[in-house]
Design a protein around this ligand. Structure first.
Ligand code: ZN
Length: 138
């Protein structure tokens, strides 16, 4: 680890656990575990600083993926005779988990139909973000 990583804990003013480790001036926090290096335009893991790829593309391209049967996570609450009680039908749904390839932090999860490509759910306008991010530095 370099000296730019300063482990921190706690919550921000809004009660959100937003600072999980990486503390660099040029990194814009996007989620608790994802940030964008505004100079290099790269997705970063905010836990360990691993570069996850081009920020103009989906951050999921740089993460490890694990597909799980939702039955492993959501057990029927009433009983086996009511198979779908609070449990998605595994013929129609998969739980997709995304992990940082360096520190194994679970960065994201999503529910998708089997065979569906990962959703590109966060695609910031880098120029707009830089303009507003740089305003804070002045
Ligand atoms: Zn990481």
């Amino acid at each position: 680890m370099s000296e730019t990583y300063q482990p921190r804990s706690g919550v921000d003013d809004e009660g959100i656990e937003a600072d999980v480790g990486l503390d660099r001036e040029n990194v814009f926090p996007v989620t608790p575990y994802l940030g964008i290096d505004m100079v290099e335009e790269l997705w970063l893991c905010r836990k360990c600083g691993e570069e996850l790829g081009d920020a103009t593309e989906s951050y999921k391209r740089g993460l490890l993926v694990n597909e799980r049967d939702p039955d492993e996570v959501h057990r029927p609450l009433i009983g086996e005779e009511y198979k779908y009680t609070y449990a998605p039908d595994s013929d129609w749904c998969r739980l997709i988990e995304y992990y940082c390839p360096s520190c194994a932090t679970q960065v994201e999860t999503e529910y998708l139909p089997p065979g569906h490509p990962p959703a590109n759910d966060i695609q910031p306008d880098i120029d707009w973000l830089r303009e507003h991010h740089m305003e804070d530095d002045e």
